[in-house]
Design a protein around this ligand. Structure first.
Ligand code: MLT
Ligand code: MN
Ligand code: ZN
Length: 296
């Protein structure tokens, strides 16, 4: 299985258009590498590809990824796009993928509802782009030799659908993880996860590769960087650090290679010289970056 990291950052990217935090300043000056928004491509044979989440940066991401170049006058090696939630960083790229080339969009009923409620997605001509409903626990094959099983992870409704009291660790079709299998290898893709459960950890343990929610290092990171007031948990993201953070909770999950992905621009791990980056390295984790390729 080939796994291409198209975009390693969380919503907003690095730098984010309106952000002057130290990471964003360093990304503009070239001191650290800029990173685009959350998207991954996977393939069993290197010929037919499946894109996991379509970020608003998909146009430049496809330009940077040679295996995803069209092989004909019109066309694409991308046979399908699979969505893990309805966040802007995961669905806005669908609008860029208009132009009457065929591919399938797989999403849960809940997220297909978001697409159908918002008329702008009608730009994806149904004669070419077929929307297919995924069911939790039901395996499908979006490309030759590649199978995907969606499963529940605690999360919340997309930001633009929040009203009143928000359950930030809801088990629903709003946030899912994807188990991707090809050629006997298994990868877990979980860019958003509010809480880790025994069932989820068991699934991770029997895999070869884990791509996991690294949105924030610290729960109150937006506050301490003066970039906002929301905590990681309020955004439906478990922080990396702390006794109840993902690093500690996944320490005993020894099976897979572990990689953080969907990393917010405020997260200190973007800085290669940070003690936080070192701590992850020492714990055996890697950090995704745009253009990273993982071969399983
Ligand atoms: C998230 O992952 O929390 C979302 O991308 C936030 C957002 O939509 O701005
Ligand atoms: Mn996001
Ligand atoms: Zn920033």
């Amino acid at each position: 299985m080939r796994v291409l990291i198209l975009g390693a950052a969380a919503g907003g990217g690095l730098p984010q258009w309106n952000c002057g935090c130290p990471n964003c300043v360093s990304a503009r000056s070239g001191d650290i590498e800029p990173q685009s928004q959350s998207s991954v491509a996977v393939s069993a044979d290197g010929e037919s590809w499946v894109v996991l989440n379509a970020s608003p940066d998909i146009r430049t991401q496809l330009l940077a990824a040679e295996p995803l170049y069209p092989g004909a006058i019109r066309g694409t090696p991308v046979s399908a796009v699979v969505l893990t939630n309805g966040d802007i960083d995961h669905i806005a790229g669908l609008l860029i993928l208009r132009e009457k080339t065929a591919f399938d969009v797989y999403a849960t009923g809940e997220i297909l509802g978001v697409l159908s409620e918002n008329a702008v997605f009608g730009v994806l001509d149904p004669d070419h782009v077929v929307q297919k409903k995924m069911r939790i626990g039901k395996t499908f094959e979006p490309a030759e030799g590649l199978s995907i099983t969606p499963y529940n992870v605690p999360g919340k409704v997309p930001l633009y659908q929040e009203k009143g009291d928000v359950d930030t660790a809801l088990i629903s079709e709003n946030t899912i993880g994807l188990e991707v299998k090809a050629n006997g290898k298994t990868m877990q893709y979980v860019p958003g996860c509010a809480m880790l459960t025994k069932t989820i950890k068991e699934r991770f343990a029997s895999s070869d590769q884990l791509l996991f929610d690294g949105t924030v290092w610290q729960n109150d990171e937006m506050k301490t960087t003066s970039t906002g007031i929301k905590t990681g948990r309020r955004m439906g993201h478990i922080p990396i650090s702390g006794d109840d953070g993902s690093l500690a909770q996944l320490a005993d999950v020894q099976g897979p290679a572990k990689t953080y992905i969907h990393i917010n621009n405020t997260n200190p791990i973007w800085n290669p010289k940070s003690p936080e980056r070192r701590a992850l390295k020492d714990a055996g984790w890697s950090i995704a970056y745009d253009g990273m390729e993982i071969v399983l």
